[in-house]
Design a protein around this ligand. Structure first.
Ligand SMILES: [Zn+2]
Length: 277
């Protein structure tokens, strides 16, 4: 069943400005191409490409910001978020990353809503408006805690003001083909610790990897989820052939973003209507 936005066109919030921020560490993310894609669909919106979000907005002390970000780290993925005082090394780690955003990051999970608040605090008042969409590509991996299965889940996107889209999340959050996990379990049972890279080879092409040449194409769809959140408050679609589909599996990501059909009929029509407004 197709889930449609609950709001009627009279309740749409059509943004006038879209700011797209680059993740400098994502070598295959062509940010200008993503901006052109949005412009192509919505010619009346002003789409601006910006560099790294923090470098663009933040003028304060790097050390202070590093500490704020370190405080949003998830230390135990099986527990709801617990505040803590970060260690000197953790703050230093964030500082280095802020100084050289092109280095990227791996192995750290951040609490999505807390990280979001830190970023939100940097947007100047005149740009913190329903009329402006901020789509922030980041290498940071963020997640939300799910009470149902009592653990954190990594996310690709967190919609809001700003919307955060993770280039690590797209690799880590959607599940890989089942064989990957079966193989890993089997080898573990045999007492073998096989490197992830070796396991990945077995499912090559069937998931999106770091610096994947398909990264830009896939991320076009996620940038639209941020836009749809701003316009209708409903960023996702239930049709697996639509780019707004909320994929839980890597194979669904590839099918929805790279398939022959870009959008379901309903979203095609919505995009057309929004572009006319
Ligand atoms: Zn759709």
């Amino acid at each position: 069943m197709q889930k449609l936005p609950s709001t009627s066109s009279s309740e749409w919030n059509i943004p006038t400005d879209v700011f797209v921020y680059n993740d400098l560490s994502a070598k295959t993310l062509a940010i200008k191409e993503i901006a052109s894609y949005i412009r192509g669909l919505f010619p009346r919106m002003k789409v601006e490409v910006r560099g790294d979000f923090v470098s663009h907005h933040y003028r304060g002390s790097t050390e202070e910001l590093a500490e704020k970000i370190a405080r949003t780290k998830v230390r135990n993925t099986s527990n709801p978020f617990e505040g803590f005082d970060p260690l000197f090394g953790e703050i230093r780690f964030e500082e280095k990353l802020l100084e050289r955003p092109e280095r990227g990051i791996s192995g750290v999970l951040y609490d999505a809503t807390r990280l979001h608040l830190v970023l939100r605090g940097m947007i100047p008042e005149e740009e913190l408006s329903l009329r402006a969409v901020h789509a922030v590509f980041t290498s940071r991996l963020f997640g939300t805690y799910d009470i149902a299965d009592a653990r954190y889940h990594a996310r690709v996107v967190l919609c809001g003001y700003p919307s955060m889209i993770s280039t690590s999340g797209i690799v880590e959050a959607p599940a890989k083909p089942r064989e990957y996990y079966l193989m890993r379990e089997k080898l573990r049972a045999l007492g073998e610790d096989v490197p992830t890279e070796v396991l990945k080879e077995q499912i090559q092409g069937r998931f999106l990897d770091y610096d994947d040449p398909r990264m830009t194409e896939v991320m076009k769809g996620y940038s639209l989820q941020a836009l749809f959140y701003a316009i209708t408050h409903e960023p996702f679609c239930e049709n697996p052939d639509c780019r707004l589909y909320n994929s839980h599996w890597q194979e669904e990501v590839l099918a929805s973003q790279l398939g022959d059909k870009e959008f379901c009929d309903e979203h095609s029509s919505l995009i057309h209507q929004i572009a006319e407004q």
